[in-house]
Design a protein. Sequence first.
Length: 236
Amino acid sequence: MISEADRIALNGMKVYPFASAAEFIAYAEARKGLLVAVNAEKVAKASDATRSVVNDNIGYADGAGVVVALHRKGRKDAVRIAGCDLWLELVKAGCATKTFYLVGGRQEVIDETIARLHADFPGIQIVGHRNGYLNTEEERAQLIDDVAEKRPDVVFVAMGSPKQELLMADMHARHQAVYQGLGGSFDVYTGRVRRAPKWWQDHNMEFLYRFLRQPSRYRREVYRLKFLWWMLLGRL
């Protein structure tokens, strides 16, 4: 059984080297906290705040570069766990017994996400949801109050990093549950964004597929190159 002692530090971020998604889900369901996807960009951009969020919770490898780094540090069985697949596995495992709360996306995206979840998982208990546009501190506080009042078992927040992680940390301080940050997963789920075909997924090249489709992401790729350079120099 994996434990906190098995975590591997990458630029100060401690990542669990899970050997399968099933192992990860079993570990997460036995604990309450934040499930934080860690990829090369997040490691390269790490700040004291984001390190604290990852290290105080469950950071998992959601990126080919992080998996390679874990292998180089001796955890040859570590695998990539894609967050955009994981959240649906959590829904599938808990739809009959757990309650859910969803935050993120534009209003039409979150509405369509809720409708599709009810269609795909009949009987799912969704106790609350809202879009991801928190324009004032008052709106943010109201959201946290609502989550604390409704006490869901699982909370999904799709707002991008590090915004979603910092919000989840504040939510968790008020109400202990399983929290997962999803980035753009609602857009993928509702078909607004096309995910990489299976071949690209199987070869850990989703990042390259996204870049080829969206060259405007080049600024983000600088961090991936920084991560690679650090790994080659043994600085991770």
